[in-house]
Design a protein around this ligand. Structure first.
Ligand SMILES: [Fe+2]
Length: 492
């Protein structure tokens, strides 16, 4: 792994942990990356967008969970072998009020407003818009699963405001951070937890499902009933189906949250007696057509999905626990963040038969693949990996799984920490192998981050490494868009 110059004097016997990158990045930048080790390929053209909490503290107070820091978009605009960097916070009400007061003004997933129960009773968590982004239908949206999306102007990174798809997303709707592209149509499908009305036992819980066409119009909605409130972060999308794994991570009684007695995160539990359910929703009718019960499990993220005859093939990261929540709730002291094993499920939509194979048992998370293969059989999937190299307090590598069974693992040097490895296509070729992997790497020795580029065909060594002038706080998710839209990057 390449490193910036400052690392020449580093003490490799005691490599730094990931915690340095939890430092706030309060400044907003816009500049060209003028130092390159290696060469940026001329056949990458577009924008690599990352979203994540840019600050973990406000004033002197840390947020109560990694999920609660305010969302900051980081844009790497890449064209003609040059890279421009810019970052800007999403101007949510939470960001604006907390910046002005330099104190916690909103509850979060794991954060309570200081001052006890009375300060929290009846208050919904704020929306930090910090988890993911999408550019679809001409709109750049910053996404967070506990609220509606925020529109951001992709030419300036200025926040436009909360986005509702012409009023289709109601005030009570939430919209997950993991929508998926429907390859055959170019539609984008997303979901959010909600209720379908009141029943004898209280609100009837459901997943609301939303389908948006390439022009950005919401063209269909559906509802999938669920009988308990699971941690529902992502789903999978094939050509015919939205596939939901209703997992064994439960959220506890929501009443205690509403009364202000605890945060949502404090109720999160892996219930080993709760079987996981898999539900198929037909995209044409938006109706559930199959539900299967299987062993308890925790799946947070999914890769691609596609059909082979009656079988629906789904890539997913499976674990038999959700210890990650404890680490995320105490991120400043967390010793390790781990993922799961990489499974390829096969669900027979006609018979309900279910099977899976383990594609890779490397501990992994944040799967990524060539979006041109969305809902179609694909060869390559990439994922962040946690490898025991004496310095594994965060994802410290990534790997590449070929559907033919070949696995290639890239392990960073101790003291370096990676992120979701995002696939960017080549402008010259439609082959998955000819694309690139974009990885933001944090150098704990120099307290500085770099954009590192690998060939998708061979991730053994990077082909370009571009240090930023500063660190980037660990991010959650990225998005690739085949256009450069930022005015500052077009002016160069
Ligand atoms: Fe996620």
């Amino acid at each position: 792994m390449t490193a910036v110059e400052e690392t020449n004097t580093r003490d490799t016997a005691t490599p730094p942990t990931m915690h340095g990158a939890l430092a706030n990045m309060d400044e907003e930048h816009s500049y060209w990356l003028d130092s390159v080790e290696g060469e940026v390929p001329s056949d990458i053209h577009g924008t690599f967008i990352r979203n994540g909490p840019g600050r973990q503290r406000i004033g002197d107070t840390p947020y109560g969970h990694w999920f609660d820091g305010c969302g900051m978009l980081s844009l790497f605009s890449i064209a003609e072998g040059k890279v421009h960097f810019a970052n800007k916070y999403v101007r949510t009400p939470k960001y604006l009020k907390e910046t002005a007061s330099q104190s916690i003004k909103y509850r979060g997933f794991g954060t309570q407003i200081p001052g006890g129960v009375l300060k929290n009773v009846g208050r919904m968590p704020g929306n930090p818009a910090n988890t993911n982004s999408v550019y679809h239908g001409g709109k750049l949206l910053a996404l967070y699963e506990g609220g509606r999306p925020f529109e951001v102007d992709p030419t300036t990174l200025e926040t436009v405001g909360e986005y509702t798809y012409d009023g289709e997303l109601k005030k009570s709707n939430v919209f997950s951070a993991h929508g998926h592209f429907h390859g055959p149509t170019g539609d984008w499908v997303n979901f959010g937890t909600g209720s379908s009305g009141m029943g004898l036992k209280g609100p009837k819980l459901c997943f609301n499902i939303f389908r948006i066409n390439p022009a950005g119009k919401m063209i269909a909605k559906g509802q999938l009933p669920v009988d308990y409130f699971p941690f529902a972060h992502d789903f999978a999308l094939s050509s015919k189906y939205a596939i939901f794994f209703i997992n064994s991570i439960t959220m506890g009684p929501i009443g205690q949250v509403m009364l202000g007695a605890r945060s949502i995160a404090e109720g999160v539990d892996f219930d080993e007696n709760q079987p996981m359910q898999i539900a198929l929703v037909d995209l044409d009718t938006m109706q559930e057509v199959r539900r299967i019960e299987t062993e308890p499990g925790a799946i947070v993220h999914f890769g691609n999905a596609y059909e082979e005859g009656d079988e629906v093939v789904v890539d997913a990261m499976w674990a038999d626990q959700f210890e990650a929540n404890e680490a995320l709730s105490d991120i400043f002291n967390a010793e390790a963040l781990k993922g799961g094993e990489w499974r390829r499920y096969r669900i027979n939509a006609a018979t309900g038969a279910l099977s899976f194979e383990v594609l890779s048992d490397v501990n992994s998370e944040f799967p990524s693949f060539d979006q041109r293969q969305a809902c179609r059989p694909h060869e390559l999937t990439f994922a962040a990996a946690s490898v025991e190299n004496g310095s594994d307090s965060f994802f410290n590598g990534f790997h590449r799984a070929n559907s033919n069974g070949d696995i290639q693992l890239h392990t960073l040097e101790p003291g370096f920490y990676g992120s979701e490895p995002l696939y960017a296509p080549s402008t010259e070729s439609e082959r998955e192998e000819d694309g690139y992997i974009l990885e933001v790497v944090y150098d704990g020795f120099a307290h500085r981050s770099s954009l590192v580029i690998f060939r998708a065909a061979d991730i053994s060594e990077p082909i370009a490494s571009l240090p930023l002038r500063h660190h980037l706080p660990h991010q959650f998710h990225g998005f690739w868009n085949n256009e450069v839209l930022l005015k500052a990057a077009l002016a160069g």
